[in-house]
Design a protein around this ligand. Structure first.
Ligand code: ADP
Ligand code: MG
Length: 264
C-alpha cells in the first residue's frame, strides 16, 4: 500500500504558493527520487509526506489511512524522516543519536549496533556528533532511521523512509555504500523517497522519480527512465542535458546554462 499525497497545496505564512495541487505516490519496496531545481519545494513536499507539516488543502495517506490520524508511536513504526540539516545538539555522541531512532519504540540495543555497523560507524560510536564531518553526520542520520525501521515484528516492513539529500556530502565510496544499503532496504519492502540533486546517482539507483518544477507542480512522475530524460530535465532545470550509458550505468550530464551571464 503506498504513501500518497492527493491534491495537496501549501504555502508558508504570508508566502507564495509552494506546492500547487500536487498528487504523488511513494510506492512500497521501491526507491523514489524527488528531483527539481532549488526552491522547487522538494524539502517541503518531503516534510508534508512525513507529517511534519500539514497541507492547506488535500490529504496525505499511508495505506489509505490519513497520516494525521496516526498516534506518534504508530507513525514511528511506519515513517522515518531524515532532514536536510540535522538540528541536534552537537555534543551528543553518535550511539546516543542513533538510539533516538527508537525513542518511541521498544528498546533494542542490538538494532542500534546493527545500524552503526551498517553505516560504518561502529568505530565512531562514542564520538560527539559535532566533531564529525557533514558526510559522517549524514551516515549517523541514516543509521538513526535504520534503527527506527529495524523491527522483526513488522516483517515484511510496512514502512517508509523519507530522506532529504541523504548522501549530498558523502565521498563516492560512502555514497555507493549508502545507495546499496537503501536498495537492500527497499528489497525488504520499505518504500523509500529521497530528495536528490545527483541525477546520475538517482538514475542508477532509484526505481521511480517525481520531478517538481519551479511553479510548485509536478512536471512528471513515474518510472525513472521515463522521468529523468534529457528533454524533461532540460525543461525543468533550464539547462541542456545529455544522457548516455557507461558500463551499463545511466549518466545524465548538464552541458551548459542557457541563461546568459550578466553583462558587466
Ligand atoms: P527545495 O528543497 O526544492 O530546494 P524548499 O522546499 O526547501 O525547496 O523550499 C521551497 C520554497 O519555500 C523556497 O522558496 C523557500 O525559500 C521557501 N521556504 C522553505 N522553508 C521555508 C520557511 N520555513 N519559511 C518560509 N519560506 C520557506
Ligand atoms: Mg531542499
Amino acid at each position: 500500500m503506498p504513501l500518497s499525497a492527493t491534491n495537496i497545496s501549501f504555502n508558508y505564512p504570508k508566502g507564495p504558493l509552494i506546492l500547487d495541487a500536487v498528487d504523488c505516490t511513494i510506492k512500497p519496496a521501491a526507491i523514489t527520487a524527488i528531483v527539481g531545481p532549488n526552491g522547487a519545494g522538494k524539502s517541503t513536499l518531503l516534510r508534508l509526506l512525513a507529517g511534519l507539516s500539514s497541507p492547506h488543502t488535500g490529504t496525505i495517506e499511508i495505506d489509505q489511512t490519513p497520516l494525521n490520524s496516526l498516534t506518534p508511536t504508530q507513525r514511528a513504526t511506519k515513517l522515518a524522516y531524515i532532514a536536510q540539516r540535522s538540528a541536534l545538539a552537537f555534543d551528543f555522541d553518535v550511539k546516543l543519536v542513533v538510539s533516538f531512532g527508537r525513542l518511541a519504540l521498544k528498546k533494542d540495543p542490538a538494532a542500534i549496533d546493527r545500524a552503526l555497523e551498517r553505516f560504518d560507524l561502529t568505530h565512531l560510536a562514542n564520538t560527539p556528533l559535532g566533531t564529525l564531518s557533514v558526510g559522517q553526520q549524514q551516515r549517523v542520520s541514516l543509521a538513526r532511521a535504520w534503527a527506527q525501521l529495524d523491527d522483526p515484528l513488522n516483517s515484511p516492513p510496512n514502512a517508509y523512509l523519507l530522506a532529504d539529500e541523504p548522501t549530498s556530502a558523502m565521498d563516492p565510496k560512502h555514497q555507493l555504500h549508502t545507495m546499496h544499503a537503501l536498495e537492500q532496504l527497499a528489497s525488504t519492502g520499505v518504500g523509500i523517497a529521497l530528495v536528490a540533486h545527483d541525477l546520475t546517482l538517482a538514475a542508477r539507483y532509484a526505481d521511480r522519480a517525481i520531478l517538481l518544477n519551479t511553479q510548485g507542480q509536478i512536471q512528471t512522475q513515474g518510472p525513472i527512465n521515463q522521468v529523468l530524460t534529457p528533454k524533461t530535465l532540460t525543461q525543468v532545470f533550464d539547462t541542456p542535458f545529455i544522457s548516455g550509458q557507461i558500463q551499463g550505468h545511466p549518466v545524465l550530464l548538464p552541458l551548459t546554462t542557457t541563461t546568459a551571464a550578466p553583462q558587466s
